[in-house]
Structure formats: structure tokens, C-alpha cells
Design a protein around this ligand. Structure first.
Ligand code: IFM
Length: 387
């Protein structure tokens, strides 16, 4: 089958994971021991992939391969490094990124918040405070000059993971493998911030949505109720909050089976990726269907991929995931694009070891090396068909 006309084919990144030297963010502080971290930090982000300076080359590689879209985030901590102090030069920087994408024929999808906060925000406010809602609204207004002629704006990336990470009472559960539930107050504030931000964006003529990390919570026979309960605060509340949005971003990597004691350990013989997750391309179809059933909102796949050193396996995984997208489309689900995670190998929140990229780079020279998977996905994009 061919994908619908105008289907977007792209790749995604997040500022902190590729830019380097995001020194005014809470994550930078955490990496350097100035703030508590929910999990051990193996290495700091440092220069990351230096995409702050090399973004034209990165985008050109995507466009030359045949992709038609690039999703990237703008960094609140650079734009507003101290409360109320807005950097016009940083706004200009991100504006140039949008222009570069457009000049290369890539439809930009811009994320306003991808995990990192300005250090002042984390210190003085944080997502536990209802003041976060207005401050995020104000940041959305500040960012509008970057977004002229950007249609697709993602307010908050994986708000469910933000709420989960905030649930420090259950931090031990997180460290031992299971994801804690979403913190209820943080969840409420994130939903509030998304609503305020979306309404500002819509008034400015944008299509607003947010992207949710789906975990394919699958019930072992007889544990359907437990699986539904498990998914509620970790996923469903965020999918439900998207009802009425212009679109939703679905992000999927693996699955979690739920049995008598909650998450079931991955079986000993199952293939695992470099993040330790089960290799499970079916996660994407599962996430798309779950979202569609709950909110009926058009879907963009805003992240999907695999941490592996074996690029052939990346192609297998992605082909498997796209077969699921084909089935979803055949059933009438309105899927409008597939943006792979990630354009580049990047900083995986504490370590550079899990390599998700279509493009690798030399840690000393930053020289880029496109992987065969980039040409492969570009071929899919040019055909607008998997095969
Ligand atoms: O790298 C992350 C990204 O920042 C958010 N979604 C999941 C990716 C892989 O863990």
C-alpha cells in the first residue's frame, strides 16, 4: 500500500540531547551533581552532538536522504536563562533553524518543552506548582516569533514521563525497573499548561498537540482490570486530555505486560535493545490504536525507534513498526506522519551508549556518518510506501 498523500516522513531530536552546552537548564545542573537525579548519571551531556552549530548539516542529510520533515525542540533555558530575561539572539537562532528546515523542503515540527526546564524554573517553581501553568503560557507567547510559518507545534513532549519522573515517593520502584505512577498534581499542572499553550498557539493559527509516551500495557490473561488500572495515570489520562486537540503525537518503543504483581519481567530469552527494553515493533500500532480509541484525534508518530549498534536491526524494527502503521491506516485511523527517533545518536539522559540515530558522529571531530537506515527510511519516504 502507499501512505496517504502528504504523509510526513521525518526524524526527531530534542535540544538538550543533541545541541550541547545547555548550561542554564536543570538537567545540566543535575549532570554536574548540583541537583538530585532520579537515576544515576553515567556521563554529562557536554557538547552532545554539537547540533547547536551543525544543524544545517544535520537537516541537509535528512532532506538529501528523501525525508520531508524534521522535529526539533527549542530550549526554554536558552531563550529565558533567567526569569523574565529573554534572549533575542536565541530566538533568532531557533528562527534560523525553522528557515533552514523550510529552505531544505523539510516541514518543521517544533516542540516547546522536551524534559528540560530552565534552572530558575526548577528551583523557584517546578511542575508541582500551579504557577507553572502561566509561566509556560508566557513562554509560549515568547516563542511565537520562532513559530511564524510553523504549522505543527508540540507543546510538551511526553508529559506522562514528566509526571512519572516527578513521583519521587516511588523513586525506588523506578530504579528497580517498574515505572512509578504519574504524580497527580504535576499531571494536573501539565494538562493546564498544555491547554493554555494550545489556546495561544491556536489563536496564532498553529496546529497544537502534545506527544505521549505509550508503553503498550498488555494484560496477561485474567489481568485486564489490572492492566487498565496500571495504564490510567501513566498514559490514559494524557491520551484523554488530547481530545479536541488538532493532533496527538504517539511515541512508542516497547511493551509492558501486566500480570498478578504488576509489570511482568521480560522473559530471559527475549531480544533486548541497548536500553534493556524488549525488542517489540508492535508497540507502535498498539499505541496508535489505544490513542485513537480514547480520543479520535489525528495521529503523528513523533517518536519510534530502537537503541542498537546493529543498524540492520534498526531497519527490521522500523519496518515492523511501519507495517503496524499500515494496518492502522487500513482500518481508517487518521495517521498523518512518521518521525523516527532519532535523527542523530544523542544524549540518552545520562549516557551516550544507547544509540538511536539514523546518523552517527565522531565524538572528537563531530563528523557525521549517515547509517544505511537513513537511506532506507529516505527510500520509504520517496516511494511513500514501505516496499
Ligand atoms: O530519548 C528519549 C526521548 O527524549 C523521549 N522519548 C524516548 C526517547 C528514548 O528513550
Amino acid at each position: 500500500m502507499t501512505f496517504p498523500n502528504g504523509f510526513l516522513w521525518g526524524a526527531s531530536t530534542a535540544a538538550h540531547q543533541v545541541e550541547g552546552n545547555n548550561v542554564s537548564s536543570d538537567w545540566w545542573l543535575r549532570e554536574h551533581g548540583h541537583a538530585p537525579s532520579p537515576s544515576p548519571i553515567e556521563s554529562p551531556s557536554g557538547d552532545a552532538a554539537d547540533s547547536y552549530h551543525r544543524y544545517p548539516e544535520d537537516m541537509r542529510m535528512l532532506a538529501d536522504a528523501g525525508l520531508t520533515s524534521y522535529r526539533f525542540s527549542i530550549e526554554w533555558a536558552r531563550i529565558e536563562p533567567e526569569k523574565g530575561c529573554v534572549s533575542l539572539a536565541q530566538l533568532d537562532h531557533y528562527r534560523r533553524m525553522v528557515d533552514t528546515a523550510r529552505d531544505l523542503g523539510l516541514t518543521p515540527m517544533v516542540t516547546l518543552h522536551h524534559f528540560t526546564n530552565p534552572a530558575w524554573f526548577a528551583r523557584e517553581v517546578g511542575w508541582h506548582s500551579p504557577r507553572a501553568v502561566d509561566l509556560f503560557g508566557r513562554f509560549t507567547e515568547t516563542a511565537l516569533p520562532v513559530l511564524t510559518d510553523v504549522e505543527l507545534v508540540c507543546t510538551i513532549n511526553e508529559p506522562n514521563m514528566v509526571a512519572i519522573m516527578a513521583n519521587s515517593e516511588e523513586r525506588d520502584a523506578f530504579l528497580s525497573g517498574g515505572l512509578p505512577s504519574g504524580h497527580p498534581v504535576v499531571t494536573e499542572n501539565l494538562i493546564g499548561a498544555h491547554r493554555v499553550s494550545s489556546s495561544i498557539l491556536r489563536s496564532a493559527g498553529k496546529q497544537a498537540g502534545w506527544s505521549v509516551a505509550t508503553q503498550a500495557y498488555q494484560a496477561e490473561p485474567g489481568f485486564e482490570g489490572a492492566a487498565a488500572e496500571h495504564g490510567r495515570s501513566r498514559e490514559d489520562v494524557f491520551l484523554d486530555a488530547a481530545a479536541g486537540d488538532d493532533w496527538i503525537g504517539i511515541q512508542a518503543y516497547t511493551r509492558t505486560k501486566i500480570g498478578a504483581d504488576g509489570p511482568v519481567p521480560i522473559p530471559a530469552g527475549a531480544e533486548r535493545t541497548l536500553t534493556g527494553w524488549e525488542y517489540y515493533p508492535g508497540a507502535l500500532e498498539f499505541g496508535i490504536r489505544r490513542s485513537w480509541e480514547r480520543n479520535g484525534v489525528p495521529v503523528y508518530v513523533t517518536e519510534n525507534g530502537i537503541a542498537t549498534a546493529d543498524d540492520a536491526r534498526r531497519i527490521d524494527y522500523t519496518a515492523g513498526a511501519l507495517e503496524g502503521v499500515e494496518r492502522a491506516l487500513a482500518d481508517g485511523i487518521d495517521v498523518r506522519g512518521y518521525l523516527h527517533w532519532s535523527a542523530l545518536d544523542n544524549y540518552e539522559w545520562g549516557s551516550f551508549r544507547p544509540t538511536f540515530g539514523l546518523i552517527g558522529w565522531d565524538p572528537e571531530t563531530f563528523e557525521r556518518s549517515p547509517k544505511p537506515s537513513l537511506a532506507w527510511l529516505g527510500g520509504v519516504a520517496r516511494r511513500n510506501a514501505l516496499r
